[in-house]
Design a protein around this ligand. Structure first.
Ligand code: A2P
Length: 282
């Protein structure tokens, strides 16, 4: 497993296991246990995924020392106001059943983002969280909020895959040492991406599958990537990307697949309205 150095001194495994849309009360528990068994050491959940309990239970039952597993969760806008955020953070700790969270993100860039960020900073200072970051901030949203933050985020987790490489955002984040984390790193199973001839040719050359070529490209390009699967074969194969290297020319051929467009526009007011009204607890 490769690790990525964060700007706060902590290290994060380059590939994390994503559990978005895997139900609680069993399926997430099984998937996370399987992922830990085959070597994942980084799990990415969120209050809004409603499966923090299963994630924490699997981490505790895995027999792997807590300090060897990197657990990310995310605070939801419902809890961003200064008066709510500390309780929101404590609720994630309680649901996970863990003493600390390795990385907590602001899940969506709406509502009182500045108040929520200050609460993450305080929880970090109190030892409840080791690293803090943001999510779904494009360049405009980043420039709106982050210059007012006391500390710089360690990461920004956004939609990112070979068809949507976030080059404009990376031009802002890279010089600051802020790492980009990819959600939908396989294009959410997008058949057009997985059957792209550039990718399938490389899969043939290296004896890997298309998903492995994509994840190798992302990690070799310095990204942290969060593939999701409930299929045991794919859970294992998605981690098996550290025994080969793409050449510079091959990296360039994959960079050329960028269309600059993804499925989610964080600046769309419909998204803002929809996500602000979504509630993750009473
Ligand atoms: P499954 O759970 O059956 O493996 P993303 O991480 O980009 O959101 O993509 C997740 C989707 O892609 C899921 O539908 C998952 O289905 C599928 N998937 C995960 N890994 C692979 C892979 N290596 N090749 C093809 N499809 C994959």
């Amino acid at each position: 497993m490769d690790y990525v150095q964060l700007n706060d001194g902590n290290k994060i495994p380059a590939i994390g296991f994503g559990v978005f849309m895997i139900p609680n009360d069993g399926p997430t528990y099984e998937a996370v246990l399987e992922a830990l068994k085959v070597g994942y050491r980084h799990i990415d959940t969120a209050a809004a995924y409603m499966n923090e309990q299963d994630v924490g239970r699997a981490v505790r039952d895995s027999g792997i020392p807590r300090e060897e597993v990197f657990v990310t969760t995310k605070l939801w806008p419902q809890d961003y106001a200064a008066g709510n955020a500390p309780a929101g953070i404590d609720l994630s700790l309680k649901n996970l059943g863990l003493d600390y969270i390795d990385l907590m993100l602001l899940h969506q860039p709406y509502g009182p983002v500045d108040e929520a960020w200050a609460a993450l900073e305080e929880a970090k200072a109190a030892g409840k969280i080791r690293s803090i970051g943001v999510s779904n901030m494009n360049v405009n949203i980043w420039n709106k909020w982050v210059p007012g933050f006391k500390t710089l985020p360690a990461v920004n987790q956004v939609e990112c895959n070979p068809l949507f490489q976030q080059r404009e955002l990376r031009a802002v984040l890279d010089p600051l040492g802020v790492k980009l984390e990819c959600w939908y790193p396989l294009g959410h199973g997008n058949a057009e991406l997985l059957s792209n001839p550039t990718i399938t040719a490389l899969a043939g050359k290296y004896g890997k599958n298309a998903g492995q070529i994509i994840l190798r490209f992302e990690t070799q390009d310095g990204l942290i990537t969060l593939p999701k699967s409930t299929n045991p074969g794919r859970i294992a194969s998605n981690l098996d990307v550290f025994d080969f290297m793409l050449t510079d020319d091959e990296m360039e051929s994959l960079r050329a697949l960028d269309t600059g467009k993804g499925t989610h526009d964080p600046e769309d007011p419909i998204n803002e309205e929809r996500l602000l009204s979504f509630r993750v607890h009473e």
